[in-house]
Design a protein around this ligand. Structure first.
Ligand SMILES: Nc1ncnc2c1ncn2[C@@H]1O[C@H](COP(=O)(O)OP(=O)(O)OP(=O)(O)O)[C@@H](O)[C@H]1O
Ligand SMILES: [Mg+2]
Length: 312
């Protein structure tokens, strides 16, 4: 079942005195399956936040339609089971973390008994239990991001839309947020998350769409997109002569000599195996042979290059 769906979404802004048109989103179709982590990946200005604003009913599409849990996003009921983390969240800085969550919980009409239990549990879950009674004014960027996430979860939503939840976080913070998103999926929730950090998406997303210039240019399961086949095979050997290095480098896509170690990269496993045989018959030693998968980074760079060529 699809939880978030969009068909031909488009948004054109008119700005400035001359009402110049900006085509922020040109054509976006989405189909986000229940229980998945869907990564919406693209560089700055690609149209990610604009799409999210249309999905959350903050702006109306110029064309196209979108649905959440089967309800059109023009219907406020579509947002009943939705948790939303906006980009660069706004906070009431004079409130403490716990007060801020209580404020949002009251907006959702949560009974006092639920609030009493859920607020400290959520603050713990996002790793700022110790700062529950500190004013948000004193929070670091990472702590703000975490209290924002806690606010997103306060109504126990089944659908989460998170706009750049890892922005401003250090590597440890990013890992915590990744783990949190994975635990949400384990609870059966559906997570739609934007990022331009490909590594993060690669680690947690089941499904990825790459958006460029307001259009989705690649989309699919991570395994499908990256291909199960290897992008190359890296071979590291020791104890070979310069002459053999020269011989092996023909046919390799990359060859580096690092003192007594030599690194080669071959296009496929067969070629790598052949090189290893040659090294062994010359009494060289094999240190490692590592098949390299295509990364999301390479995929996105390839998409950007293709779009550039298309544009002229
Ligand atoms: N209200 C607006 N009026 C005019 N142009 C806008 C408006 N909002 C966004 N844009 C333009 O639309 C394009 C897409 O912006 P958007 O914020 O959706 O990108 P993004 O993918 O979220 O980027 P980032 O990674 O930087 O957050 C940009 O060129 C931006 O300048
Ligand atoms: Mg954005």
């Amino acid at each position: 079942m699809s939880v978030i769906r969009a068909s031909g979404l488009k948004k054109t802004f008119r700005t400035g005195f001359l009402m110049r048109q900006v085509e922020a989103v040109r054509h976006v179709d989405l189909d986000v399956a229940k229980g998945s982590i869907y990564g919406f990946i693209g560089p700055n200005g690609a149209g990610k936040t604009t799409c999210i604003k249309m999905l959350t009913g903050l702006i109306r599409p110029t064309a196209g339609e979108a649905w959440i849990n089967g309800l059109p996003v023009s219907d406020p009921d579509s947002r009943r089971g939705l948790g939303f983390l906006p980009e660069g969240t706004f906070f009431h800085e004079y409130l403490t973390g716990a007060e801020f969550l209580d404020f949002h919980a009251r907006l959702l009409n949560l009974p006092a008994s639920v609030r009493r239990e859920r607020i400290p549990a959520l603050l713990e879950r996002v790793g700022i239990g110790h700062a529950a009674d500190l004013r948000i004014r004193r929070y670091s960027k990472g702590m703000r991001q975490r209290v924002g996430l806690a606010q997103t979860l306060i109504g126990d939503p089944d659908v989460l839309i998170l706009d750049e939840p890892m922005s401003g976080l250090d590597p440890l913070g990013r890992r915590d947020v990744r783990d949190l998103i994975l635990s949400l999926r384990d609870d059966g929730k559906t997570v739609f998350v934007t990022s331009h950090i490909l590594g993060d998406a690669e680690l947690i997303c089941d499904h990825v769409a790459i958006i460029l210039g307001g259009r989705i240019v690649s989309e699919g399961c991570l395994d499908e997109l990256l291909g199960k086949e290897v992008a190359g095979v890296e071979v590291v050997v020791e104890g070979i002569s310069e002459a053999l290095f020269e011989e092996l480098r023909t046919g390799a896509t990359r060859a580096v000599s690092q003192g007594s170690r030599f690194l080669f990269e071959y296009a496929d496993e067969a070629q790598a195996e052949k090189a290893v045989d040659t090294v062994r018959s010359a009494d060289g030693r094999l240190r490692s042979l590592v098949p390299r998968r295509r990364s999301l980074e390479e995929l996105m760079v390839a998409d950007i290059e293709r779009e550039k060529e298309r544009a002229g």
